[in-house]
Design a binder for this molecule. Sequence first.
Ligand code: JFZ
Length: 468
Amino acid sequence: MKISRRDFSRGCAIATTALVVGEALPVLAQVEGEHIDTSSKHPVPSIQDTETPAQKDARLKWFREARFGMFIHWGLYAIPAGRWNGQEVPGIGEWIMNRASIPVADYKALAPKFNPTQFNAAEIVGLAKEAGMKYIVITSKHHDGFAMFHSRVSTYNIYDATPFKRDPLKELAEACRKEGLKLGFYYSQAQDWHHPGGAAARTGHWDPAQDGSMDDYLDQVAVPQVKELLSNYGPISILWWDTPKDMIPSRVQKLLPLLKLQPDIVTNNRLDKDKKTGDFSTPEQKIPATGLPGEDWETCMTMNTTWGYKSFDEKWKSTETLLRNLIDIASKGGNYLLNVGPTSEGLIPAPSVERLEAIGRWMKVNGEAIYGTTASPFKELAWGRCTTKAEPQGATLYLHVFDWPRDGHLLLPGLKNEVQSASLLSGGARLAVEARDGGIQITTPASCPDPISSTVVLKVKGALDVRN
Ligand code: JFZ
């Protein structure tokens, strides 16, 4: 079921009434510092607060099935690529302006040098699709305040301030539509180290040019730019807010109602500082040990140690690690948003391309065991992970075997269901199954189908019954 515009406008009517409640909050804020509201619902209603559970399920359906997406961190920071005045600047690449306290005017001077003529939206979308990714989230404006799209709100954008004179977001939107991938925008709503009044985490402002009213910045830059992003690029599937520094309810209230421009949009929980709005949590660079039961979530992660391109960061994770992360995340019910940081020419670094291609080869064989699956019913499996699909007559268990059994026996402890069949996903060879130690034992061939992870498909009857 889709959420119709009519349903949504009803939601807005409720929202307008409820805003009155929100208006009392700034007063409270003065009395109690920033600890304003501890109730579970944010005082500012959003789509999430005004739809029915069934409507929410419908809106999140694609996101829950997708499991794998591409994060793109791309901006002016790709030019210094981690070095300023000949020095390697510590920390993540896109933070260089902050980490090196670069004056606004000096950083701004990068713009006329930004000419990423090698940028090819079709190639990037093709790479993501080949890797098995179902969506892309790109930095439309990171903390440096530079818009990677043709904004009419501030000339500090890739179309007006660079010789490139193209709008990569428009090109990506078209390519995504053509290939059937969803597109999301990352937007740094609070931190903006360029426009006066924008917040600066870690250090605070380091250049008087940054000083100003945060509310004016929100009204004059963030709100109209988010309006542009949600109006000019067709269907936008995710708004990925970030670092909600000083995002008190009165400020959240400026941005949250804009989501009605895209009634089907899915958002993360980084809009407000209390994490009370949004659809999904965003564990960063880590996989929660037991997932986040009852929540939708997405782990975002770098392939090396930076989001924005750094020329000297060679600490690449192996394809094995990346793929096993994806499987681990799927087995815990989450999504994996894996980052690439294009260069100042617009190219994705070769080590990232190689890894994505390798992941894609695995996904072609094993994707069925990732997409649309739900979390493992087992607490722990010594040899790997499990994902599941509930079906009318029973369930499918996908056994992701990281450590292929040397003794030819794969033990599934505590599974009580009657087994219908067991087979290898690759090639389909049938495997023998017998009851063993209160669970089942599958006989496996000697040779390991895939050293990274081999998939055994187990069909069982009835509702899953596992005694952990
Ligand atoms: C933020 C950004 O500052 C960073 O540049 C990058 O875009 C990343 C994806 O997100 O960094 C964060 C945000 C939140 C946490 C840590 C780093 N956190 O909640 O631990």
